[in-house]
Design a binder for this molecule. Structure first.
Ligand code: ADP
Length: 578
């Protein structure tokens, strides 16, 4: 079991305990309040019942006094007719008042006359009435209650009969049958009973309780005090409550004690209901709180999971990003390496072309050098002969030749220099001129006729001057090489202008291209290896250079024989317009 689960169970247990405690407190409060209300009601019921009993008994008491005062009672009748008359009066009174019977007793406690309508009434004065009779014979009013041998409960009042002289000579005793009093009591829902000094139930509205004694055969199973109330638990039939509120009221006038047992079931039910409602409210509130907490916990859990996922995804993305950056770096490095290799290749191509042309170049430089030396000798001779104007002419020729040599060297240097020139507007006519100047030695030595229709105006194209020279140089030396064995050697150079295109054609009268589809592949060559001529790189380098200018290069065989290479370039104006 996990720790949070354990704590939740503990919390639940605590909550249930608190709910139970709360319900118990509510129950106790409701029960106490219910008891207070029940007691108020019970007290008035008990007072009513006590008043009723007292009132009923009081009637017989007053009757005893009135009958004792009757002239027929005193002096005590001795003769039979007088006795009969007295007895008749007593019987009439008994009949009229519903009394169990009346007796006229003399000072020696002998019954002189009696009216006994009910056979329950005693013939002689029962022992239980003797104390009351004594009080009457002393001139006071006596009262007593007792049980006959037949088990009937009787209440008796004894009133003194006074002689003319003053002292009491006898007494009238009125017997009241308790059954007769009880029978017309309304059926109260509370059990009421009246006990005597010994605790015996003498009058009651519950027949089960008659003549039972508290602490003996009274059906009380237990009692307790709650909040100042006396609560009894009973073990009796269905006419007595199982749990009852016990109330007491003293009745000194009749020598009894009124007691009442009020059923607690309604009070308990109400208290239980209130406690149940409180508990239900508590539980509902608790359930609501629990639900809310549960919901919050679920949300928090979902949130945490989401965050974990986001974090994991972020980590993955970061790793992927790092890898990507690494790859980009590697690619950039590879590109740089490639560029370097390409630049080196270009340089190698240039130097190889220069190597191929070196014989022509030395011839090119040698020729003006020889001319210069002979012009110089001539000039010296003319000066000796005193013809300075002729010497000046020669010197001018020397200076022209020197300038031409300077130009050739300058071109060679520019061509051989390894530099990163940017793409710019270049005059294609000038490029052709420079290359022809460098290659003219090679061309003439090979016996090639040059057919070059030079445009009058410059033709500006996008490109690099030196790289364009390199391309053209390569095409020319290839053409010269190709025509080595051809009797009619002719090299044709053309520049054609179109709106969005400048075409440079280089055509020869050689044997043509053996395999036009392969000539731009690197290291493709048909020339003998070892003659120091071809490496098969010239055209592939040229291809890359021209593409770099945004142009194209193609090689094909002509119908009339020989090969023709076409270099297409972007005109400067078109590039600007674009
Ligand atoms: P290389 O000149 O070193 O052989 P290139 O790339 O310049 O390398 O040329 C490749 C091949 O193309 C040549 O070996 C040749 O076979 C062919 N070629 C180039 N120009 C011509 C041409 N004008 N006539 C016939 N074949 C040519």
């Amino acid at each position: 079991m996990t720790a949070p689960r354990q704590s939740r169970i503990a919390l639940l247990a605590a909550f249930l305990a608190a709910t139970a405690l709360f319900a118990a407190v509510i129950w106790a409060m409701a029960f106490a309040r219910g008891l207070d209300q029940a007691e108020a009601r019970g007290r008035s019921d008990l007072a009513l019942a006590a008043d009723r009993l007292t009132g009923q008994l009081q009637r017989y008491r007053e009757m005893a006094v009135i009958v004792a005062d009757h002239p027929a009672m005193a002096p005590l009748p001795v003769s039979a007719p007088v006795r009969d008359k007295a007895a008749e009066l007593l019987l009439t009174m008994a009949d009229m008042t519903g009394s169990a019977g009346l007796q006229l007793v003399d000072a020696s406690r002998e019954v002189r006359a009696a009216g006994l309508p009910s056979e329950t009434a005693p013939e002689t004065v029962p022992p239980g009435v003797q104390p009351a009779l004594s009080r009457a014979l002393n001139g006071a009013l006596g009262a007593a209650h007792f049980t006959t041998e037949a088990g009937r409960r009787l209440y008796a009042f004894a009133a003194p009969v006074f002689s003319a002289a003053g002292p009491a000579v006898g007494a009238v005793i009125v017997y009241v049958d308790i059954d007769a009093i009880e029978w017309n009591w309304p059926a109260d829902d509370a059990a009421v009973f009246f006990t005597d000094a010994r605790g015996t139930v003498f009058v009651t509205n519950r027949s089960d309780l008659i003549l039972t004694r508290l602490g003996a055969d009274f059906p009380r199973a237990g009692s307790l005090r709650f909040n100042g109330h006396d609560l009894w638990r009973l073990d009796a039939g269905r006419y007595l409550p199982r749990r009852a509120l016990h109330l007491v009221q003293d009745m000194p006038v009749v020598g009894l004690r009124g007691e009442l047992l009020l059923d607690l079931a309604p009070v308990r039910a109400v208290a239980l209901l209130q406690a149940a409602v409180a508990a239900a409210l508590c539980l509902a509130f608790g359930a609501f709180l629990f639900f809310m907490a549960e919901r919050r916990r679920t949300l928090a859990r979902a949130n945490a999971m989401l965050e974990r996922r986001v974090a994991a995804r972020t980590r993955e993305l970061q790793a992927a990003n790092a890898e990507l950056r690494h790859e980009v770096g590697e690619r950039a490095a590879a590109e740089a390496r490639l560029k370097r290799a390409q630049a080196e290749l270009v340089q190698a191509g240039k130097l190889s072309a220069l190597g191929q042309m070196s014989a022509g170049i030395s011839h090119e430089l040698n020729q003006p050098l020889m001319a210069i030396s002979s012009f110089a000798e001539n000039a010296a001779l003319f000066l000796e002969r005193g013809r300075p104007e002729k010497a000046g002419e020669n010197l001018t020729r020397i200076s022209d030749l020197a300038r031409r040599m300077g130009r050739i060297i300058q071109n060679l240097r520019a061509f051989a220099r390894q530099e990163q020139e940017s793409i710019a507007d270049v005059d294609l006519v000038a490029v052709v001129g420079a290359v022809l100047e460098m290659a003219s030695g090679t061309i003439t030595r090979a016996g090639v006729r040059l057919d070059w229709r030079k445009p009058r105006a410059p033709v500006m194209v996008r490109g690099g001057e030196v790289r364009l020279q390199q391309v053209l140089m390569n095409l020319i030396s290839n053409a010269v090489d190709a025509m080595e064995e051809t009797p009619d050697k002719r090299l044709t150079l053309r520049i054609e202008r179109e709106a969005a295109l400048v075409r440079l054609r280089v055509a020869d009268t050689g044997p043509g291209i053996a395999d036009p589809s392969k000539i731009f592949d690197p290291f493709y060559t048909t020339k003998e290896v070892g003659r120091g001529e071809g490496m098969g790189l010239g055209l592939s380098i040229s291809y890359g250079l021209v593409q770099g200018f945004g142009g194209a290069i193609r090689g094909a065989n002509r119908a009339e024989g020989g090969a023709e290479f076409v270099v297409e370039l972007v005109p400067a104006s078109a590039a600007k317009a674009a």
